[in-house]
Design a protein around this ligand. Structure first.
Ligand code: HEC
Length: 133
């Protein structure tokens, strides 16, 4: 490749880079863009704020004071979960959540439940390392 071709390619790239940079900085932005949060997203935030993961696990990861909650939504249902949140137990604190927060937390637990089954003890590990239910 001759030097002339090399420098033509280089200047083409520099020109393209400058055009694209100019286009990006020129693009108008009115500052009104917002990120919309679904109820499940809000529920996840509550899960994090209340630190449920300190005592509970998701897919086996988390604290071990309470049970794994990955599939609690389908295995126990909403009323059971609400009862625990409102009343607590000797070990689990009663969280003073309002109705909106409870339904957001339920939406999060429902979405988590839909991602899969977390019961590694019930899985059968084959000799070749594959897993069966
Ligand atoms: C201080 C530890 C602790 C924290 C924090 C905690 N829990 Fe618990 N949770 C427990 C324990 C322990 C149990 C099991 C019941 C018992 O032994 O008291 C439990 C039970 C539950 C159950 C019933 C599980 C079942 O199998 O029936 C649900 C649902 C639950 N917790 C949800 C939550 C949610 C949601 C949060 C966060 C808002 C949370 N917990 C925070 C300790 C905790």
């Amino acid at each position: 490749m001759t030097d002339k071709i090399k420098s033509t390619i280089l200047f083409t790239f520099i020109f393209m880079f400058l055009c694209y940079s100019f286009y990006l900085y020129k693009k108008s932005y009115d500052g009104t863009a917002t990120v919309s949060e679904s109820p499940a997203d809000k529920g996840k935030r509550i899960w994090q704020e209340k630190n449920c993961n300190a005592c509970h696990q998701v897919y086996g990861l988390g604290g071990y004071l309470g049970p794994d909650l990955t599939n609690i939504y389908s295995s126990r249902g909403e009323a059971h979960i609400k009862a625990f949140l409102q009343s607590g137990t000797n070990i689990m604190p009663a969280f003073a959540l309002n109705d909106d927060e409870v339904s957001q937390l339920l939406a999060y637990l429902k979405s988590m439940d839909a991602t899969g089954v977390a019961a590694p003890d019930k899985l059968k590990i084959n000799y070749d390392g594959t897993i069966e239910r």
